[in-house]
Design a protein around this ligand. Structure first.
Ligand code: S3P
Length: 435
């Protein structure tokens, strides 16, 4: 169990740095690269454990990947029907994205496969994917009512469907679209809100016929996917921790370069600006179909805000770090419509509340959100990550503005998405020790 020890730095955080490649985009790139004909070169790819688990599952099904574990890698596509029966259970570790997206891919194979994961992934519901796949004629069996892992999917010939998802979930949407690759006719997904759109963007880039009309995505089945060059931008969900650290630690100025700015992902920046944050975005440009730019923050006085509705799916993974920012904002911040956070790597409404309260923050847990009264003076705490990387990193940033030494326990989970997190904070001048 790795422990992080954090203290408030003597001076502001200063520096310019990059973060690992976006986890969501890296997942799509390796999966579509595997299903395409020809080679897919991925640059700036995630090196986090979640991504590696997904890539290794593809390797177990006969896909060759050169330089796996490095940011620049080469996927030798096997074509839509080229995956082979894995000899063993596919271990997705902590990766909900990996499991849900692969369930969609496996729906169209000529074999059955079983997917499993760690203790946290074994708590996560797969019924949200099993239900639409059942409508497509594919059997997925898991544990209990919510179809938790281990799950077995019996690949066959999926039928095209039109499916209205009950929640705005990119993982569910993507699983249906990936199964739809194997269906004759058009598969349609209609969402109640705008979830991240990387799958539909990348499917189109690989040569599939995709139409997006508001919250509805249609995909023509049985396309020929062609290998591509994919340049992955920096993960905004990782950059978020460094940017909020730069806003909260007095006298800081932090720039994160090459950050993903896709509008379905970047709402945190809008919300922080609304709270009074000094944020500048430079070099905005589109590379490989995704917007990116360099983001500079300066330490700022923040005001409370209200967040809910369509903004939530556009900053879903950033709620814990936003909640920390809100503890330093003047007034009452209300976050609502965020019940989906209860089925993440931990129940993030509960774990964010517990963790921030340990620092002395005033946080009230609601059925679908959080109410935070600020500003609060934070005092150092010893906190547990609950095996959740985003809780661990939020706690470490809280330690930068608390009096005394903060201890964050069980932080190996940070490797799932941001392996160099402690070093990145250190390079900005933060005192972060690991034992
Ligand atoms: C992801 C989608 C989000 C997000 C997760 C990654 C993806 O989940 O929380 O970290 O890559 O599709 P849902 O949109 O499924 O809730």
């Amino acid at each position: 169990m790795r422990i992080l020890r954090v203290r408030a730095p003597a001076a502001g955080l200063q520096g310019e740095l990059t973060v690992p490649g976006d986890k969501s985009i890296s997942h799509r790139a390796v999966i579509l690269g595997a299903l395409a004909e020809g080679e897919t070169r991925i640059t700036g790819c995630s090196t986090g454990r979640d991504f590696l688990h997904t890539a290794q599952a593809l390797v177990a099904m006969g896909v060759r990947i050169d330089n796996l574990g490095e940011p620049d890698l080469l996927v030798h596509g096997v074509g839509l029907n080229g995956l082979t029966d894995p000899a063993e259970v596919l271990d997705l570790g902590n990766s909900g994205t990996g499991m849900r997206l692969l369930l969609g891919v496996l729906a169209g194979q000529g074999f059955a496969a079983t997917l499993d994961g760690d203790e946290s992934l074994r708590q996560r519901p797969m019924d949200r994917v099993a239900a639409p796949l059942a409508e497509m004629g594919i059997r997925v069996t898991g544990q209990g009512e919510r179809c938790t892992p281990p799950v077995t999917v019996e690949g066959a010939k999926p039928q095209a469907i039109t499916y209205h998802t009950p929640m705005a979930s990119a993982q569910v949407k993507s699983a249906i679209l990936l199964a739809g690759l194997y269906a004759q006719g058009t598969t349609v997904v209609v969402e109640p809100g705008p979830s991240r759109d990387h799958t539909e963007r990348m499917l189109a880039a690989f040569g599939a016929e995709v139409n997006v009309d508001g919250l509805q995505v249609s995909l023509a089945g049985l396309p020929r996917l062609c290998g591509q060059e994919v340049a992955v931008p920096g993960d905004i969900s990782a950059a978020a921790f460094l940017l909020v650290a730069g806003l909260l630690v007095p006298e800081s100025r932090v720039t994160v370069c090459e950050v993903l700015l896709n509008p379905t992902r970047a709402a945190l920046l809008d919300i922080l600006e609304r709270m009074g944050a000094d944020i500048a975005v430079w070099n905005r440009r589109i590379v490989g179909g995704e917007e990116r730019g360099d983001v500079t923050v300066r330490a700022s006085e923040l005001m409370a805000t209200e967040v809910g509705g369509d903004e939530i799916p556009k900053m879903l993974d950033e709620v814990p770090i936003l909640a920390l920012a809100a503890t330093q904002a003047e007034g009452r911040t209300v976050i609502r419509d965020a019940a989906e956070l209860r089925v993440k790597e931990s129940d993030r409404l509960a774990t964010t509340t517990e963790m921030l309260r340990a620092f002395g923050a005033q946080v009230e847990e609601q059925p679908d959100g959080l109410i935070i009264e600020g500003p609060a003076r934070l005092v150092a705490a010893t906190v547990d990550s609950h095996h959740d990387h985003r809780i661990a990193m939020t706690a470490a940033v809280a330690g930068l503005i608390a009096t005394g030494e903060t201890v964050v326990e069980d932080t190996t989970c940070i490797h799932t998405s941001f392996p160099g997190f402690a070093d990145s904070l250190g390079s900005l001048g933060a005192q972060v020790g690991t034992t």
